[in-house]
Design a protein around this ligand. Structure first.
Ligand SMILES: C[S@@+](CC[C@H](N)C(=O)[O-])C[C@H]1O[C@@H](n2cnc3c(N)ncnc32)[C@H](O)[C@@H]1O
Length: 221
């Protein structure tokens, strides 16, 4: 079971999205840890009426963008603090639905099907792929897409890793588990779970002092 306290703590530290992006849009899709960087929602291939699922939607910025495009946009998150922030900022956007719970458990319990499932530094990173991928695949419609992004693996550190969420100097950090693999291994794992046409790559960081890129993965269900 996912540690909700850790993610509620993270929520307090993480600012919400800016009011507008660099080109003045009020909603947009961002796959990377850098503002105004990388591809957009086109990776999902969705149009109006599509059913879209965000696993670990956080404060809901990407989900709201999908909803403004006319999608039925469902966001799952284990953290009540994150969902409250999403509801406060985006609660009046038509077509957006928020659900609280662990991604593996909620997906195992639902019968709803989706045209696209995505996760931006979200529950796909923080769940065992051997548990999560089979139930995502069950819920993807024919021709559906799974796409996710996260920080790339550190060389030699593969599989389940510890992620620390810092607190005050007097408190130990909270720990959540994440799963890291090289792009080639992600493609193998996806194929092992029946996904086809998987592609995985590390998108370089934008010019500037920071050098860590973004792992970007896309597969057909
Ligand atoms: C690093 S944040 C990213 C949030 C958002 N996708 C974004 O780009 O800002 C990770 C999010 O995933 C959620 N999360 C982590 N593990 C989860 C799980 N197993 N099920 C559902 N949500 C989860 C956390 O609560 C948190 O909101």
């Amino acid at each position: 079971m996912t540690d909700t306290k850790a993610w509620d703590t993270y929520s307090k530290q993480k600012p919400e999205r800016r009011p507008t992006n660099a080109v003045g849009e009020t909603t947009w899709f961002n796959w990377t840890q850098y503002p105004d960087h990388g591809p957009g929602v086109e990776l999902l291939g969705i149009g109006p009426g599509a059913a879209v699922l965000d696993l670990g939607c956080g404060k809901g910025g990407n989900l709201a963008h999908c909803a403004t495009l006319g999608a039925h946009a469902v966001g799952l998150d284990v953290s009540l603090a994150q969902l409250r922030a999403a509801d406060t900022r985006w609660g009046d956007v038509d077509g957006m639905v928020l659900r609280r719970g662990d991604a593996v458990q909620l997906l195992a319990d639902t019968t709803e099907d989706f045209d696209a499932v995505y996760s931006v530094f979200g529950a796909v990173w923080f769940s065992d792929p051997n548990e999560l991928l089979p139930i995502i695949r069950k819920r993807l419609r024919p021709g559906g897409v799974l796409a996710f992004s996260q920080r790339p693996a550190i060389e030699g550190c593969y599989g389940c890793q510890a992620s620390y969420i810092n607190r005050s100097e007097d408190e130990d950090p909270l720990v959540v588990k994440r799963w890291d693999y090289e792009p080639e291994r992600w493609m193998e794992i996806l194929a092992e779970h029946g996904f086809t046409e998987a592609s995985a790559r590390v998108l370089p960081a934008p010019p500037g002092p920071r050098k860590i890129g973004t792992l970007l993965v896309r597969a057909d269900g």
